[in-house]
Design a protein around this ligand. Structure first.
Ligand code: 5GP
Length: 180
């Protein structure tokens, strides 16, 4: 464990087990449907890479970038800063996220995809912080692990764009913020 981490919440082995479980479930649920997985940049990249190894069917993958933050504060509105290349109309879409917190990002991306007339849209997330929810009726369909309302990094999750490369998910030590 790195010295800036207070506690490991998910080891790499546990993340692989989660991806295996969710991938098998998706394979079953989408039989005959060729789903389009859309990862939200940048945090979803490691989880997407692991998850697709466990989906045993024809599928496609694309990415979007959505941001609700200006500086360090949520602006309350989500802006799409990178859109998909693959047309989504009529597709069975699974949005892939690293973590769902307030639910704002997911709500906006789901609404955008519905406006574009997808056949269906569901959400797969490695982590869920239900205590952080400020938006009503946002329930991810595939959840790897529910976690408490602590700030976590690793496996795609960053602090100031650092720590995304950790192979596990851990709670960042408070001293890392305090010294900044
Ligand atoms: P939401 O719109 O659900 O509040 O935002 C989800 C996004 O907030 C995630 O994709 C992630 O970028 C960020 N986020 C929420 N909680 C955490 C956390 O504990 N650690 C990190 N690194 N990012 C988080």
């Amino acid at each position: 464990m790195n010295d800036f981490i207070e506690e490991v919440l998910l080891t790499n082995e546990q993340i692989v087990e989660i991806a295996d479980k969710l991938g098998k479930q998706i394979t079953k649920d989408y039989e005959g449907k060729k789903p389009l997985l859309i990862g939200l940049l940048k945090g979803s990249v490691p989880f997407m890479a692991e998850l697709i190894k466990h989906i045993d069917m024809e599928m496609e993958m694309d990415f979007m970038q959505a941001t609700s933050y200006v500086g360090t504060h949520s602006s309350g509105t989500v802006t799409i800063t990178k859109d998909t290349n693959i047309p989504v109309k009529g597709r069975h879409v699974i949005i892939v996220e690293d973590i769902v917190d307030s639910g704002l990002t997911i709500r906006e991306v789901v609404n955008l995809l519905k406006d574009r007339h997808v056949a269906s849209v569901k959400v797969a997330t490695l982590l869920d912080k239900p205590d952080g929810r400020t938006v009503d009726n946002v329930f991810p369909d595939y959840v790897g692990q529910e976690i408490p309302g602590k700030f976590v990094v690793g496996f795609g999750l960053d602090y100031n764009d650092l720590y995304r490369n950790l192979p596990y998910v851990g709670v960042l030590k408070k001293s890392v913020y305090e010294k900044k």
